[in-house]
Structures are given as C-alpha cells and as structure tokens.
Design a protein around this ligand. Structure first.
Ligand SMILES: Cc1ncc(COP(=O)(O)O)c(C=O)c1O
Length: 385
C-alpha cells in the first residue's frame, strides 16, 4: 500500500493516513461500508479497490489498516476481531507441532492461556522467561524456538524488555520477534524500528481509546509474513466488522493527545502513591528506581498510563482499595479515556493462578484515564484510607 502521508508527523498521519476524502461523495470522514458483498462487472470483474466480500477486505477496514501501518512504521497491517484473534493468527502462522515459543513470565493472561492451553494441544512447547533478563532469554532459546513473544511494558507488572537486544537474539536463532505494543502504543514506542518482525495490538485498549470496541491488529514490513497472516485470517474469518473498524479508526485520530494526557496523569498518580504509607511498591517504568527505567527511557517517548502497586495488608487490603474508589471504575480492560482499577490476581490474570506466571495477590492495577489529575489522586487517597 502507498502512503501519501508518509513524510508527515505522527499526529498528521493519525488523522490522514488511509483517510482521503471519499472519491464518490467527498465525505471527509471514511464512511462505514456496512456491506457484506460488492457488485462485480461480469464474472471476476471487480470494481475500484478490488473488493469482493467483506471477510476478505472491506474499505472501512482498509482505511484502518493503512493508518495502523503508517503509525507503526510498517508496510502492512491487518485488523482483527480482537487482540486475541490477532495473537491466534500470528502464532498459528509462525509455529508448527514440535516448535517452541518463549513468552514473558508475566504475559497477559489471555496470551498465556492461548499458548499454555491451546497451542500445547498441537504439540507446541513454551518457556516463560523474565524478559528483562537478556541472558535468561538467550539461555532459553532452543533449536526449535520459532518465536520470542515480547510485551513491554508488561501487563500487569510493567516490566521492561530491551526490544533491540531481543531482536538480535531472535534473529541469531532464525526466530521471529513479536512485540505486543498494546501498553505503549505506536505513539510511545516503535518496535519495528528497533528490529521487531511483528507488532501486535489489542486495539480494544489505547488505539480505540474509548472502551467502546474490541479489536486487534498485526503490523509487519515482511511481505511474506503479511501474506501468511492475511491468508489465515481469511481462512479462519476473525475479522472486525465495518462499524468496529470505523470506531477504532476514529480513536486513532486522537491517540497522540490522549497518550500525552494519560502519561501526565499517571505521573501525578505515581507521585501520590510512592509517598503513601500503605503502598509497599509502585510499578511504573518512569520511576528512576524501576529496574527497567534506563531501557524504557531509551526506547519509549514517555511512560504511558498504566500503573500497578502493592499494598500492605495482603489480598484483602488490595481488594478493599479496588472496592473503595469512585472515579476509578472497577473493571477489566485498560486504555480508555476513563480511569479503571482492578485486582489482577482475581480478574485479568486469574488464569495464571498456580502457574509460574501467577501475580502477587496484594497487587492493584490502574489504567489512569484523562480526567482531572487532582480528582484521580483524591479518589485513590480516599480509597487507600
Ligand atoms: C497486553 C494485552 N495483549 C493482548 C490482549 C488481548 O486483547 P483483546 O482483549 O482485545 O482480545 C490484552 C487484553 O487485555 C492485553 O492487555
């Protein structure tokens, strides 16, 4: 795909890449092409754009995909019905029975479940590794390793992995480096530019940005990989509908301004938490004492809107904080304009219980929204008591 906005800045591409005014009507905003099929001029005579059936391609989805590719600095992007659909298609395209995958030791619970409970049935093995330990990753690589799967920052412990270093290890082993860029977004971090082969998104989160749509994406500059992903997506059918594609595209337009505000507010929240007597540890890569701070400062523009912390008093104290906020809504998911709070051990990461990926039971995770920072800090202080 050609991108006439390629020379422009991020904010400009978010609004214009793939989004020329509609050639038929002049509509400034890309229309929702709510159609399953497209008229043909005679058998095999596809009209402008080459569309034939919306599982294979749809113009609203194409606009979203062109914009996503542009923002991640990749040649190709594919949109999916969810982040997990994107993960499924990526992994099933990259591995075969007998292959091996390295995953983060605090991977998103759904990613862990897919690898541990589904791919394992097809003879694919995995090793959870602490990805900030580059030597541990190198040591975990086997001749069968085909994928190193990276989240950075990780969910929910905000661990940081050095993307460029891990790309080197993956490529030495002729494996692929996949980076789940959901937490950072392309505004804060560009994995393809650091050597990653594939970027994955749950667009449900910051890219959609308004907690009103579920979606996923894969971005790559490798033509062959893109063809494989597109083939399997079409074969399996895990596509987003036109309206969901449109909502996600609308979200992308304000990504840059939202991420700056999320980062501003998270910094204010972190400042309040680190000095609170009931808070035993704050996990935020912007803190100089965070183990991954140096690497994060090198590969991220800012540190984002996700913050986790532990409280004294164990699991019950963490559950009490989650029950005590009014502005922070108790809910799974993240990355929307509104602030959310959750208990990973009992909610998003419950599927890791009893495994090497189990999260601390006194952990609370925040998705810091773009409300007034003063109000958010006050809400947390009241809940902490
Ligand atoms: C880091 C990360 N990756 C992937 C996913 C899966 O995305 P989805 O819920 O859109 O399927 C999530 C969902 O929370 C996530 O947090």
């Amino acid at each position: 795909m050609t991108d006439s906005t390629a020379r422009h800045g991020f904010e400009t591409r978010a609004i214009h890449a793939g989004q020329e005014p509609d050639p038929h009507t002049g509509s400034v905003i890309v229309p929702i092409y709510q159609t399953s099929t497209f008229a043909q001029d005679g058998v095999g005579g596809l009209r402008a754009g080459g569309y034939e059936y919306s599982r294979t391609a749809n113009p609203t989805r194409t606009a979203l995909e062109e914009c996503l590719a542009s923002l991640e600095g990749g040649r190709h992007a594919l949109a999916f019905a969810s982040g997990m659909a994107a993960s499924d298609i990526a992994l099933r395209s990259l591995v075969r029975p007998g292959d091996h995958v390295i995953i983060p030791d605090d991977a998103y619970g759904g990613t862990f479940r897919l690898v541990d409970k589904v791919l394992s049935q097809w003879g694919v093995e995995h090793t959870p590794v602490h990805l900030s330990d580059v030597d541990a990753v190198r040591a975990a690589v086997r001749t069968e390793t085909k994928v190193i799967w990276v989240e950075t920052p990780t969910n929910p412990l905000l661990g940081i992995a050095d993307i460029a270093a891990l790309a080197g290890i993956a490529h030495d082993a002729e494996a692929r480096l996949v980076v789940d860029n959901t937490f950072a977004t392309p505004y804060l971090q560009s994995p393809l530019g650091l050597g990653a082969d594939i970027v994955l998104h749950s667009t449900t989160k910051y890219l959609g940005g308004h907690s009103d749509v579920v979606g996923g994406a894969l971005v790559t500059s490798d033509d062959e990989l893109h063809e494989k992903f597109a083939f399997l997506r079409n074969a399996a059918g895990s596509v987003p509908g036109p309206f969901d594609s449109w909502l996600t595209l609308r979200g992308l337009k304000t990504l840059a301004v939202r991420m700056d505000r999320h980062s501003d507010n998270a910094e204010r929240v972190v400042e309040a938490l680190v000095s609170h007597p009931k808070v035993t540890k704050v996990f935020y890569p912007g803190l100089v004492e965070h183990a991954g701070h140096e690497v994060a400062a090198k590969q991220m523009r800012r540190f984002g809107g996700m913050v986790s912390f532990t409280v004294s008093g164990g699991e019950q104290a963490a559950l009490d904080v989650c029950a005590g906020t009014k502005l922070f809504t108790l809910a799974e998911s993240l990355g929307g304009i509104e602030s959310l709070i959750e208990h990973p051990g009992k909610m998003t990461h419950a599927s890791t219980a009893g495994s090497a990926l189990q999260v601390p039971d006194d952990l609370v995770r925040l998705s810091v929204g773009i409300e007034s920072a003063d109000d958010l800090v006050e809400d947390l202080l009241v809940a902490l008591g």
